[in-house]
Design a protein around this ligand. Structure first.
Ligand code: V47
Length: 364
């Protein structure tokens, strides 16, 4: 049986739900992951993507700054984090951070993406001054900074409530939160990989508090390590429920695990088929998320390009300097130019649209 390129009969009831715009169940999520029909799953995801965005595919002119890798958490999947004083540990001073911003002052950057570890000693004022100092130099740029894990850590260090912490960061120039730190919500996996890290409930609390304070956030899922299919589906369902409540998520970004230099270096990491399926199934399960993003730094530009035929509508941006994935063995370039992003999107049959963080179209 074939319906519009879908070969696996187990996908027929899902096709009917997708065609009717109905919500998929947990069981549907499992069926999609178990299906051998990659192209069929991709076709279903494209139906949703095309309904939402037509032929548009988004990118952003952005800059990443990873201000410090010193972290108290010691997650097994992370090659970036170091304890204070360990070889390879670093922390940028505020003048160093400002110099990075000033070095690219002539470029039409619309977003600076700032992520680091959970530093044991840096005072809250360092973070506030970082935001204020960047804003003073580039007032027009949106600051997407500090994962929910970092925000919870700052609140604890500063002895402030979550709303007060977020409000102070917002006052200093924070525009939105990136989606990192969610990992996989499964307690079983977290017990083994990141027992010290902020819990899933804590991650969702910070994120939903941000939404209530009118700060948008993204969400991620780190996949391709110890998690099962059911645990991936559960992660997606919990994010969907959170979005039903507060509605502030902009994009979901599945993060492909990179094993090199981590405590899991014996693992292979996800295959290309797993990458594409995970992106497509995310598009199908997260019916209330406006955007599904393929982070080309982790996937590689070639797979990010193909993912535009598997439900993805966003390939992130120019980036230029990224440490978390590269310390875990990524062979991708440090950055892509606007022309390269546009060409990659056009060749996939899509229309490149430059956006700002809030997905407003940039003209020119
Ligand atoms: O939270 C850590 C992940 C995240 C590894 O919001 C790893 O638009 C793969 O969240 N292999 C940080 N991943 C990056 C992140 C992100 C990236 C791009 C865009 C956005 C966004 C968010 O990286 C961490 C963690 O989940 N990570 N180690 C690793 N070895």
């Amino acid at each position: 049986m074939v319906w519009g390129g879908i070969q696996d009969p187990a996908l027929q009831p899902i096709y009917e739900k997708v065609a009717a715009g109905a919500r998929l169940s947990r069981e549907d999520g499992g069926t999609l992951f178990e299906s051998p029909d990659l192209l069929g799953v991709g076709r279903l995801a494209q139906m949703v993507k095309e309904r939402l965005h037509g032929r548009k595919a988004y990118y952003i002119y952005n800059q990443h700054i990873n201000y410090s890798n010193i972290c108290v958490n010691g997650c097994k999947f992370c090659a970036f984090g170091r304890k204070a004083g360990e070889p390879g540990a670093y922390e940028m001073s505020l003048p160093e951070i400002f110099a990075k911003v000033e070095a690219r002052a002539q470029e039409p950057i619309t977003e600076i993406h700032i992520v680091g570890g959970c530093h044991p000693d840096l005072p809250f004022v360092y973070y506030l001054d970082m935001l204020r100092g960047i804003k003073a130099r580039r007032p027009e740029v949106h600051l997407q900074a500090f994962t929910a894990v970092e925000v919870a850590h700052l609140a604890q260090k500063a002895d402030l409530s979550l709303p007060d912490t977020l409000a102070a960061l917002k006052e200093a120039g924070l525009g939105s939160l990136p989606g990192g730190g969610a990992e996989v919500f499964s307690p079983r996996v977290r017990m083994s990989l990141c027992p010290e890290k902020l819990s899933p409930e804590g991650w969702l609390e910070v994120t939903q508090m941000a939404h209530r304070l009118d700060l948008n956030t993204n969400a991620t899922m780190l996949y391709g390590h110890l998690e099962s299919v059911a645990e991936r589906v559960d992660h997606l369902v919990r994010l969907r429920e959170a979005q039903d409540e507060t509605g502030g998520f902009l994009a979901f970004i599945p993060l492909a695990f990179h094993p090199a230099n981590t405590g899991l270096s014996d693992l292979a990491g996800p295959s290309a088929i797993d990458d594409l399926k995970t992106l497509a199934i995310s598009r199908l399960m997260l019916d209330n998320f406006p955007h599904i993003k393929a982070f080309w730094v982790m996937l590689g530009p070639k797979l990010a390009q193909i993912s535009l035929c598997f439900g993805v509508d966003d390939v992130d941006g120019t980036v230029m300097e990224e440490r978390i994935t590269h310390m875990a063995g990524a062979q991708t370039p440090q950055g892509l130019t606007r022309a390269q992003l546009q060409a990659l999107i056009r060749e996939a049959g899509c229309e490149p649209v430059e956006r700002d963080t809030l997905y407003r179209v940039i003209n020119g």
